[in-house]
Each structure stands twice: as C-alpha cells, then as structure tokens.
Design a protein around this ligand. Structure first.
Ligand code: DC
Length: 242
C-alpha cells in the first residue's frame, strides 16, 4: 500500500509549504487539495460567474450549483497533473498554479468548497491521483494537505498531522510572504479575514475543518518553517521506517 501523510489545518498555517518540503525531503509526491478547490473556483468564476454577480451568495441553483460545477470541471477539464512529483492544477490544458492564488479566487473558494457534489468530485480525483501513483510505482509515498484529508479523504493514512498557529501569526506570515509590511493594522485586517475563512471551513455541515482523532497536533506559532518541516520528517521516519 502507498504511504500517505495527511496534513490538515486552517488557512495560512503553512500546510502546503510544509507538505511540499516534507515530500521533497522524503522523495515523495505532493498533492495540495486546496489547489483543486481553487482551480474549480477559478473555472466557475470565469465560465459561470458574471461580473455583476460575482459573489457566490447571489447565485442560485442555476448558477453555482454542484452538478453544474462538476459538469464544467469534466468538460474543461479541471485536472491535477503530476510534474516532477508535484500535482499541479490545470484548467483546459493551462497550468493555473499562479492564477488560483488571486484574492478573487480566495474570496469565493470557501463557498464553493461547501457544496457536497463538489467535495465528492474533488475527493474522487484525489483518490484517483494517489491510486495512479500506486499503479505507476514511481513514488515512495505521497504527502497530501488540506482540511479533511485525515478525517474524510484518506482516514487510513498512517501519519496525520494537524497544524495550528494563532490567527495573528498566520496573518503576519501571509503578509510577509506577499512582501507587504507587517504593520499592526494590516495584521489585524488579515487576521480577521483568515478567521472568517476558518469559521466558514469549520462550521460547514460537510467535512468541517477538524483534527482526526489520531492526528498529531503541531502548534507552529513559535516554530520556523524549517523547524516544522524537520518535526514532520522526524515523525515520518518513525512511522515509515526504511
Ligand atoms: O489551503 P487553501 O487556502 O488553498 O484552501 C482553499 C479553500 O479550499 C479553503 O478555504 C477550504 C477549501 N478546502 C477544503 O474545503 N478542503 C480541503 N481538503 C482543502 C481546501
């Protein structure tokens, strides 16, 4: 069986950076499930959303309905493509790894991720991607990050990590990543935006953000990226010897 590490946690907790570096050090593949939700959001905004009603709230069943988004995803298609051990999101044959990080996508993604049909589609794609690795046999394992990887998508993963950090610390990291000044007022605003997205992701009825019962909780507030990566690699070496 393929070796899987599930890394979950709130927005800007460093999941994807940590997962990517851990995968690199272990020589494993990396799958960022949020990228698939973001690619679907980008596809929906560009193909269904109209400029005047650019918010999810304003769209009824005929707009951003689950079946319509899934049909669009199949038709374009929205896909994960494995390139050098990293699954990259693609829409209609175009790599969208950069485009999916825009504020416009970030503002709409939680709404889309709360739609049950969309989650079922994304989960199936993730499982297929990982099965493909197993069949191909090229990777020693895969590190998957998201919100529900340890609880819903791969509950059988032998190592599950739940990363946390205070909202203020996550806001500071996000601002400095973007090259913005980390001043008090900006931190406060960013921290509020993150907390709102966490609340939306944690309070939705389907697959809410929460640690799996057997997840290792890792509070990264006082850790550097290097320290958190080293800690996960150490746990991985213990759990997957050889
Ligand atoms: O990790 P991220 O910020 O790129 O994720 C974008 C959104 O996708 C996030 O607000 C919630 C959703 N998401 C999810 O519901 N389940 C996942 N496994 C991954 C992401």
């Amino acid at each position: 069986m393929l070796r899987i590490i599930a890394i979950d946690g709130p927005a800007a907790s460093g999941k994807s950076s940590t997962a990517g570096l851990v995968a690199e050090r272990l020589g494993w593949a990396h799958l960022d499930s949020g990228a698939l939700y973001r690619a679907l959001t980008l596809a929906a905004l560009d193909n269904i959303g109209d400029a005047g009603r650019g918010t999810l709230k304003g769209m009824g069943r005929e707009g951003w309905s689950g079946p319509r988004i899934v049909a669009l995803a199949e038709q374009l298609p929205v896909r994960l493509v494995l390139l050098d051990d990293v699954f990259r999101p693609e829409v209609a044959g175009v790599d969208v790894e950069e485009a999916i990080r825009s504020d416009r996508v970030t503002r709409h993604v939680s709404g889309l991720a709360a739609i049950p049909e969309v989650r079922a589609w994304v989960n199936a794609r993730q499982r297929m991607a990982v099965e493909g690795l197993e069949v191909g046999g090229g990777s020693g394992g895969v590190v998957v990050d998201g919100r529900d990887i340890g609880t819903v998508v791969f509950p059988e993963a032998p190592l599950k990590i739940f990363l946390t950090a205070t909202a203020d610390e996550r806001a500071r990291r996000r601002l400095s990543q973007r090259g913005q000044t980390v001043d008090g007022e900006l931190v406060r605003r960013e921290s509020q935006a993150l907390a709102a997205r966490d609340a939306a992701d944690s309070n939705r009825p389907i697959a809410p953000l929460k640690p799996a019962p057997d997840a290792v909780l890792l509070d990264t507030t006082a850790l550097t990226l290097e320290q958190q990566v080293a800690r996960v690699v150490e746990l991985a070496r213990g759990r997957f010897p050889g």
